[in-house]
Design a protein around this ligand. Structure first.
Ligand code: CU
Length: 311
């Protein structure tokens, strides 16, 4: 038998092929019977229909056969489904966060990424968190999909069985840029994974942060999905561009009152923690979620440092 990219491929595909097989069998059988009846019982040969008064045998046969077939489908469906619900205890636990319209992944040691990177042949449990609306995490090559519902933590698990890069999509329509809400899963050899993790660990991140001003802030903006709505090149997306924003004079409205302000640390901090208080002219309330639970003061400071480099 072929084995797929994850431990769930074989069972899922077998159920799928079983159901397709049964369906094709009946499609051909029923079509052939229809054609045969058209020829056999056409009006010229049988001008008057023969009357039939019930047949208990026939009734029993066409009740019992479909019942058995449906039970077979159920049995294999259940046998494939129940392991999906039952994650092993020693799995690697990664927090997957969805928001309009991007993904981030947080590893047990605090490292955050926008691409899911996992070691080969190791069980991985994802805690599925949405901070705004219902999303759905779908990895077609792994044959797994699960909704991400705000306010509750769903789980999914799998084992990557082949190194490579696979697509990861949002499979629940979640607004304007839903179709751009995708990223990748990379399955690496354990050794490669360990090397990658060592590089991403905090000491390395701090070294980068010290070398390039704003590097830490740039990373935070990438992994927190800000770039889905804010560009850094001056183009207008859902929100205003970050280019040149720091120190700029802009018009904002607060409770319907408009006024001019200069963008400074306090204003940016407030924009991130309470985005619906001051609204930039030309934009709407209710688009940006508060990041109060995602970003602490130190991280907001790093973001400000990065924004101030975007001239
Ligand atoms: Cu989505």
């Amino acid at each position: 038998m072929y084995s797929g990219a994850s431990n769930l491929v074989t069972t899922t595909d077998n159920v799928f092929f079983l159901i397709i097989g049964i369906s094709v069998f009946f499609l051909i059988g029923i079509s052939a019977t229809i054609i045969w009846f058209i020829i056999r019982y056409n009006n010229k040969k049988h001008p008057v229909a023969e009357q039939i008064h019930g047949s208990l045998t026939l009734e029993i046969v066409w009740t019992v056969i479909p019942l058995i077939l449906v039970l077979i489908m159920f049995f294999y469906g259940w046998a494939g489904y129940s392991p999906v619900r039952d994650a092993p205890k020693d799995a690697l636990n990664i927090e997957a966060t969805a928001r309009m319209w991007s993904w981030s992944f947080k590893y047990p040691n605090g490292v955050q990424t926008d691409t899911l990177i996992i070691p080969l042949n190791k069980a991985v449990v994802l805690d599925l968190i949405s901070i705004d609306v219902v999303h759905s995490l779908y990895i077609p090559a792994f044959r797994i999909k699960e909704d991400m519902v705000p306010g509750r933590t769903n789980k999914m698990w799998f084992i990557g069985q082949k190194t490579g890069t696979y697509e990861l999509f949002c499979a629940e329509y979640c607004g304007l840029s839903h179709s751009y809400m995708f990223t990748e899963v990379k399955v690496l050899e354990q050794q490669e994974y360990d090397n990658w993790m060592a590089q991403r660990s905090d000491t390395a991140a701090q070294a980068v942060a010290m070398a390039v001003p704003g590097a830490a802030g740039r990373r935070l903006i990438e992994v927190n999905g800000c770039l889905a709505c804010h560009s850094t090149d001056g183009s207008k997306l859902i929100g205003p561009t970050f280019k040149g924003v720091y120190g700029q004079t802009i018009t904002i409205s607060t409770d319907g009152q408009t006024r001019q302000i200069t963008v400074d640390d306090a204003y940016i901090t407030k924009s991130i923690y309470e985005p619906d208080v001051d609204i930039v002219e030309g934009y709407r309330k209710g688009q940006m979620q508060s990041y109060k639970n995602q970003l602490n003061d130190q991280q907001v400071q790093q973001i400000i440092e990065y924004l101030s480099t975007l001239k």
